[in-house]
Design a protein around this ligand. Structure first.
Ligand SMILES: O=c1ccn([C@H]2C[C@H](O)[C@@H](COP(=O)(O)OP(=O)(O)OP(=O)(O)O)O2)c(=O)[nH]1
Ligand SMILES: [Mg+2]
Length: 144
């Protein structure tokens, strides 16, 4: 298990795995007062945490399916990327795709954070790529 440094002044905001097999730690809203998101509105919610991810790893901020299904709450950026050299506060850009106002209170679990290893690459410029069975087919060319 990797150890990752975190600055979290309010321990009630410390992200945690909710179950033994959870892939993501839930991120909590570090807002002072409640925030209401109107239908179609975007808000950037602070989480109260700063982290130091080792090089070669990234953090992925993903939505919570319960908030999406029950209230239409999603992430504006799809999946957020937390770079290993980022030392700022992690923030979550939420959007209300639903039809009703949605209120967030301090400490509410608004998204989840997954850690992944990635590989860096260098381009090798060529004129031709190796042929493959798929070729240039994509975007549904294999059918429904
Ligand atoms: O959901 C997110 C996405 C990003 N970030 C922070 C961490 C990340 O390392 C930094 C930059 O994110 P990204 O590279 O996605 O945004 P950008 O628009 O390319 O900004 P920059 O020019 O600062 O890289 O913002 C968050 O706190 N939450
Ligand atoms: Mg960037």
């Amino acid at each position: 298990m990797s150890k990752i440094k975190i600055v979290c002044k309010d321990q009630t905001l410390l992200p945690a795995y909710e179950t033994a097999g959870a892939a993501g730690m839930d991120l909590k809203a570090g807002i002072e007062t409640s925030v209401t998101i109107k239908p179609g509105q975007r808000v950037l919610i602070p989480t109260g945490i700063h982290i130091e991810i080792p090089e070669g790893m990234e953090g992925q901020v993903r939505g919570r399916s319960g908030l999406a299904v029950k209230h239409g709450i999603g992430l504006v950026n799809g999946v957020g990327t937390i770079d290993s050299d980022y030392r700022g506060e992690i923030k979550v850009p939420l959007i209300n795709w639903g039809q009703e106002d949605f209120t967030i209170n301090r400490g509410d679990r608004i998204a989840q954070l997954i850690f992944c290893r990635y590989e860096k690459i260098a381009w090798e410029s060529v004129d031709l790529l190796n042929q493959s069975f798929r070729g240039t087919g994509g975007f549904g060319h294999t059918g429904k």
